[in-house]
Design a protein around this ligand. Sequence first.
Ligand code: ZN
Length: 306
Amino acid sequence: MRLFVLVFLHEAFRGHVTPPGHPERAERLAAVERGLAGLAVERRDCPMGAVEDVQRVHPARYVDRVQAAVPIAGWAQLDGDTFLSPGSIDAALRAVGGICAAVDAVVTGAATTAFVAGRPPGHHAERETAMGFCLFGTVAIGAKRALDVHGLSRVAIVDFDVHHGNGTQNLLWDEGRCKFISSHQMPLYPGTGRPDERGAHGQILNLPLREGSGGKAMRDRYERVVFPALTAWGPELLLISAGFDAHADDPLAGLEWQAEDYAWLTERLCDFAGGRVVSTLEGGYDLDALAASVAAHVTVLEERGR
Ligand SMILES: [Zn+2]
């Protein structure tokens, strides 16, 4: 039987525990579950990620260093806001396994679309630097798997998280087979993402958006800049870094998008790559906004996957 939309989850994601008050907390998973409730999706457990998949973007010494830093109890701190708990490596590797399984399913036609509801997020992790709550560059790892294992020649990543996907940009700077497009509030953490950051092959497109600019400005910029760029690129697979922290209620930023904006954007993105879309959760820190935005996003993936 052909499956249409797969949602990848795993209990290990609850085992990545951050200190009290940290916005990237395990409770986000319950909000994602509320968003998925009632949707006709096929659920799968994320398999454990393979080291060879991680090592397409991170050197072995970095993986060893993160692994060695995992505490026996409590937390280890990797940067100002990135923490490891005893379950963090399992969670991060399940997110890697989830995106790789999602890419496999969509590229082989076992599913049309897929959503990986994992944490920690990944788009800030650079080659040898964990940062911004992120350990491994999940979406970049998924793109590399599509290119190197499945032999695709053109993939695209659209990162609509409110923060710039500096990690994805760093990991894929030299990757001429992957178009990377990030829209983000600027100025904001991590400070990168200027339009003149274009990648070794001119394949990176950064779209800074002004604080308070709202959903209408986003739609206009995507219509005028992003969709024509994607049409020109002609990707065989589209990956989405789906952060929902551009929502008006999010405490970390101020782009003032609404859940309907995520539905609109998802709908339009499904027009590319023959509808072969793999999405992975990044940010989104107001729990109600996260639930509503995930519902809007996955509802469209489900409808378009039929
Ligand atoms: Zn973010």
